[in-house]
Design a protein around this ligand. Structure first.
Ligand code: SF4
Length: 553
């Protein structure tokens, strides 16, 4: 089946069907209708961007348009919004916003006349009509365009979805930067410029990495400003007797609001998945009802949500199609939506608290163990002299950054085995949910420094970059000259944004797995190999370890 004949086409994540594209239904559960609406929403954002570029040139305030575009892109990220009515509504909002921007352009003396389909289309009245529009002019891969340019456009678009997600979180805490919106407008508008060649799109893709670096920087400032610098902290993996809420996703503002909503109610809050690093923020750790962490990475949620005896709040990606056993006690917030699942906003979480009080909760106290979190850039750089001395003395031979997403497909045991096989004179830094394959391993210490350091969520790749740059400064060399190797796993589009950031910074020799993205053509891969020496993970961790330690030890 070619993309043009399929009922949908989506290739944006690592689990895409057959390693090429989901054409009948998403492996993630995304329906063809929602896929069509998400395509239409992205194209509606392209229309906003075309007008916003002109509005920016005329000095018109486009901040609200930028925020809308970032949120809309976040909506189309893998495992976020499965609700056709919600996405169809956003398409209408996008066109209304585009038209109001045109009015502002005209009022400022501009022409606001456009030929581009996405800058002019009118949304159908009904959801069914918008689905039909999404099928008619939504699917990006039509086979008539240069495949390599298309590949880079998709890479850039998926990176922008990651930027949208991180910008959404930063904005929730009052941090924005118009530079980020200006990039989103520029790159989305560029998708309609058929004169841009491969080199131009390489530039736009790397610029996406720069925009994402700035986004992660303001998100780091937002999180640390609101909740304090992450501090090495022990987190209980056990449970306390009593009513409970499990909070998953990435949104720290939602966690804070939930901790406030449950204060004094007798309901304990447990983190799940990417919420684990939240325990390291002093302002969040201070809540007595932040009881611990339950479960592992997103792809295990069917089992873990079923077993959790309380209410569940999913704040961002990565929602899977809910099973009946827990759907009635599941709530969503932020951009996450699923039909017939109650959606809440952080100004009123009373419904999830009431549900927790109606559920049995944990029947008794259980001791399971603890893990350490909180090795953000401030914590690690506070012990920089110890680290530097350990490297100079030979006590630390090498650093590995083993980070990125977890996922359901086979092949990800590589990362567990890689960490298990790292020599005892090496340090493993980790971040994002891929760490759940080894987060409770006892790797010991080197001179008082833990051999396994959890840097944080996926967005805390910024922390890892800060640490690497500081080490390079200390040793008066470049990051690529450090005894540091990056072994990354990807699943969705935030990982694409982070990879583009690393490439923008000129980081080379990244090992990427478990498979390479379906949207990267052989020629584009050739560009990446030639300029950045990026490589797929080897068949075995031992093979990569031997190569790395032989090369850089
Ligand atoms: Fe398929 Fe991934 Fe797209 Fe879902 S997000 S439809 S699994 S490629």
């Amino acid at each position: 089946m070619s993309p043009n004949e399929s009922v949908m086409f989506c290739n944006q994540c690592e689990q895409t069907a057959h390693g090429t594209g989901c054409e009948k239904i998403g492996v993630c559960g995304k329906s063809p209708d929602v896929s069509a609406l998400q395509d239409l929403l992205v194209n509606a954002c392209r229309g906003i961007a075309i007008v916003a570029v002109d509005a920016d040139a005329l000095g018109i305030d486009t901040a609200s348009a930028g925020a809308f575009v970032a949120d809309a892109l976040f909506t189309t990220l893998t495992n976020v919004d499965f609700d056709a009515e919600s996405v169809a509504g956003l398409v209408g909002d996008a066109v209304a916003l585009r038209e109001s921007l045109k009015t502002a352009v005209r009022d400022a003396g501009g022409s606001a006349e456009y030929d581009d389909l996405y800058a002019t289309f009118e949304p159908a009245e009904t959801t069914a009509g918008r689905i039909a529009q999404g099928r008619e002019f939504g699917v990006p891969w039509d086979g008539s365009r240069d495949a390599d340019v298309q590949s880079l456009q998709e890479t850039t678009l998926y990176g922008m979805k990651g930027v949208g997600a991180y910008e959404h979180h930063a904005r929730a805490l009052g941090h924005t930067d118009p530079i980020i919106y200006a990039y989103l407008f520029k790159a989305l508008a560029a998708m309609s410029d058929e004169n841009l060649d491969l080199n131009a799109w390489v530039g736009l893709a790397l610029e996406c990495g720069a925009a994402n670096l700035r986004t992660m920087e303001i998100l780091d400032a937002a999180n640390t400003g609101a909740y304090g610098d992450p501090t090495p902290t022990k987190v209980s993996l056990g449970q306390r007797k009593g009513h409970a809420i499990l909070i998953s996703g990435h949104d720290l503002a939602d966690l804070k609001a939930l901790l406030e909503a449950t204060k004094g109610t007798g309901v304990d809050v447990y983190t799940h998945g990417e919420m684990l690093p939240a325990h390291a923020y002093p302002e969040l750790h201070a809540y007595e009802n932040l009881a611990g962490h339950f479960g592992t990475a997103w792809q295990n949620q069917h089992k873990e949500f079923r077993e959790f005896p309380g209410a569940i709040l999913m704040t961002t990606n990565c929602l899977m199609i809910p099973h009946a056993e827990y759907k009635g006690r599941l709530f969503t917030s932020g951009p996450v939506r699923f039909p017939d699942v109650t959606h809440l906003t952080r100004d009123d979480f009373s419904a999830v608290v009431e549900k927790a009080l109606a559920e049995p909760g944990f029947e008794w106290d259980t001791t399971v163990g603890e893990v350490m979190v909180g090795f953000g850039h401030n914590a690690v750089l506070a012990v920089a002299p110890t680290v530097i001395e350990a490297v100079k003395s030979g006590a630390i031979r090498h650093f590995f950054l083993v980070g990125g997403c977890d996922g359901a497909k086979p092949g990800r045991n590589y990362y567990t085995e890689f960490v298990e096989e790292t020599p005892c004179d090496t340090i493993v830094m980790t971040l994002a949910c891929g760490k759940f394959r080894f987060f409770d391993k006892q790797l010991g210490e080197i001179g008082g420094l833990p051999r396994l350091m959890d840097v944080g969520q996926c967005n805390d790749a910024y922390s890892a970059i800060k640490i690497a740059v500081a080490l390079a400064d200390a040793f008066d060399c470049g990051v690529n000259d450090l005894p540091l190797s990056m072994i990354l796993s990807w699943y969705e589009q935030k990982a694409v944004a982070i990879l583009l950031t690393l490439l923008h910074l000129g980081i080379t020799d990244i090992r990427l797995g478990p498979t390479l993205p379906a949207f990267i053509t052989p020629n584009v891969l050739g560009v990446l190999v030639e300029n950045f020496a990026i490589k797929p993970i080897a068949a075995s961790p031992r093979e990569d370890l031997n190569a790395i330690l032989g090369e850089k030890a």
